[in-house]
Design a binder for this molecule. Structure first.
Ligand code: 4UV
Length: 549
């Protein structure tokens, strides 16, 4: 705002000084920059099989896969979709893709066919890396959908079904056949995760080499790294790598810092506890539902968790009581939160108690803004910036934020303003000690156990039902999941006998488990503003006012 005088602009900075960041090189070069220092250290531990890869093995395999990707026709700028649970092939594919200037779009392998095709089409992926059990989701396409073998190829990490290639086609290529002379610009895209952002349907989030390098450096570079990882750390990767939290703050930071990553395919409490004990996990990245499981499950007491020194929680609010309950079980560990958003590249704030020379922090805070970045809090009504202790919309600025949304300039302009501020849609405040608290959300997004549930996606499915005239989806608080999606539905004239169960089933068939509707409330009209926007606040208020509704 041009009219705002400079003393009115309150910009918050990290407690840690800015550092110089080598973000003018390709991501893989940056990540393996210090390879010679830790060549023989363990880089990846595949939790299921126990197989391990050193840093130099990892680097060589990635080069081979880079050559293999070229052999199957992937070129600079092409998009590769991973449709995988956590596994070593996932890690290799991400890095190999960077090596040839390709772009990774990560999708949830539990997506339904229609969700999978939406991302495939929107990202225009040329190759999918997946497991054989998921290949059917990409068969029998609708009329305008891309087709296996014609529009894209499929590689499976296990026995390939018909028309698919085995991963060895990539991994058994010769490293020396890696394409030479691929020039990668810092502003070229390297990752394309999908997020609905502050409004609407999921969109491709363009993260460049520069943004991801900056995001990693803000955490682990400098003399006093904000998120200090040691060479002998074993970092738990049980959160899915298709989500930006694990991708950035588990995998990429560990590669850069020379720490080992323990991959777990999925969360299962006894396997998790055994692996923590066996591999002496020292750093655990978690989401609040995982904290709940660890805090409450009696099995925890029979395992040795004394190796854990840091617990980082993020992706959804972590209640104080919950944090304290887990802390009692792992008393030696430092607990803290990170607050991030896919579009923000991703970390906005990080607990400074994780720094090499730590700062004390208060329970409940999300830490302080990352270094080499500006944070401000704006009044959502006036857009003016607010001082300490006044809640408003959190905005973040720096080289780590996304370049923009794929093919959606309008959504990009709505999210990143002309001064370079990314508007998060989260309401929070900065206290007297520079600690940030997230207290609410002004955006539509619903978070089920940290997973994104975009209301607009469910609303468009609901409205496609012939007996539904109008619909709105909002979050309802839930002890186990944090929030669950619930719908307000207006039945059409002929739809008077449409039941809640029928609607729930209609949606459940089309979406991944965490987007299922937990409740349907019938209503006469959806409250809307004069411009036709759903008044979500009114609906949320209705839920709070009449919980028995
Ligand atoms: O786009 P997204 O799914 O992204 C994330 C990313 C989270 C993190 C957390 C710590 C990291 O170190 C990291 O690399 C990534 O969740 O969803 C973004 C929205 O999730 C809510 C908030 O509404 C974001 O806009 N959210 C994320 N972290 C927190 C949170 C948190 N700590 N507390 C409250 N809400």
């Amino acid at each position: 705002n041009q009219n705002q005088s400079s003393e009115e602009l309150h910009v918050f900075r990290s407690k840690l000084p800015d550092i110089s960041i080598s973000n003018n090189i390709p991501l893989h070069v940056y990540l393996f920059e210090r390879l010679s220092e830790f060549e023989e250290r363990t880089c990846i531990i595949a939790g299921n099989s126990g197989e391990t890869f050193t840093f130099s093995e990892t680097y060589l395999i990635c080069q081979k896969i880079a050559a293999g990707l070229t052999k199957v026709g992937i070129e600079k700028g092409d998009v590769i979709m991973t449709f995988l649970q956590n596994c070593s092939e996932f890690v290799f594919t991400i890095l190999a893709s960077s090596m040839i200037g390709a772009v990774i779009t990560t999708a949830n392998p539990f997506y339904t066919k229609s969700e999978a095709f939406k991302q495939l089409k929107a990202s225009n992926a040329k190759l999918i890396v997946t497991q054989s059990q998921y290949v059917d989701k990409f068969r029998d396409p609708a009329e305008n959908d891309p087709k296996i073998g014609e529009d894209f190829s499929v590689v499976t990490i296990d026995d390939p079904p018909e028309n698919c290639l085995h991963f060895s086609v990539l991994s058994e290529a010769k490293a020396e056949d890696m394409p030479k002379g691929v020039v990668i610009h810092p502003d070229d895209p390297v990752a394309l995760p999908f997020s609905s952002g502050t409004t609407g349907l999921p969109k491709g989030v363009i993260l460049t080499h520069k943004s991801l390098i900056t995001g990693v450096a803000q955490l682990v570079d400098g003399d006093n790294p904000n998120f200090y990882l040691k060479h002998d750390d074993v970092v738990l990767c049980v959160l899915p790598l298709f989500h930006i939290f694990a991708l950035n703050s588990v995998l990429l930071v560990s590669l850069r810092a020379g720490a080992s990553v323990l991959l777990m395919q999925k969360f299962e409490i006894s396997a998790l506890l055994e692996l923590i004990q066996k591999h002496r996990v020292s750093v655990a990245a978690v989401v609040p539902p995982l904290v709940l499981a660890l805090a409450k499950n009696p099995m925890v007491d029979s395992f040795d968790l004394s190796s854990i020194r840091l617990v980082l929680s993020g992706a959804a609010p972590l209640g104080k009581e919950l944090e304290e309950a887990l802390h009692r079980r792992v008393p030696q560990a430092i607990f803290g939160q990170g607050y991030g958003m896919t579009e923000a590249g991703p970390v906005v704030t990080m607990c400074p108690a994780f720094a090499k020379q730590p700062f004390s922090t208060k329970s409940g805070s999300c830490g302080s803004v990352v270094r080499n970045a500006d944070l401000k809090v704006v009044d959502p009504e006036t857009g003016g910036s607010l001082d300490r202790n006044q809640p408003g919309e959190i905005c973040i600025r720096g080289s780590q934020i996304m370049k923009g949304y794929l093919n959606d300039d309008e959504a990009t302009a709505r999210t990143i303003d002309v001064d370079g501020w990314l508007h998060t849609g989260d309401i929070g405040y900065v206290d007297d000690d520079d600690e940030i608290y997230i207290v609410d959300r002004v955006k539509e997004l619903i978070k089920f156990k940290g997973f994104q549930v975009p209301p607009a996606e469910l609303e468009s499915l609901l409205i496609s039902h012939p007996d539904i005239a109008d619909a709105a989806v909002v979050p309802q608080k839930d002890d186990a999941a944090g929030e669950v999606p619930v719908a307000f539905v207006v039945r059409s004239a002929q739809g008077f006998d449409l039941t809640e169960e029928a609607i729930k089933e209609f949606i459940a068939k089309q979406v991944v488990f965490y987007k299922k509707l937990h409740k349907v409330y019938f209503i006469h009209a959806i409250p809307k503003s004069p411009s036709g926007k759903i008044l979500r606040k009114d609906l949320r208020a209705k839920l709070i006012a009449t919980p028995q509704l």
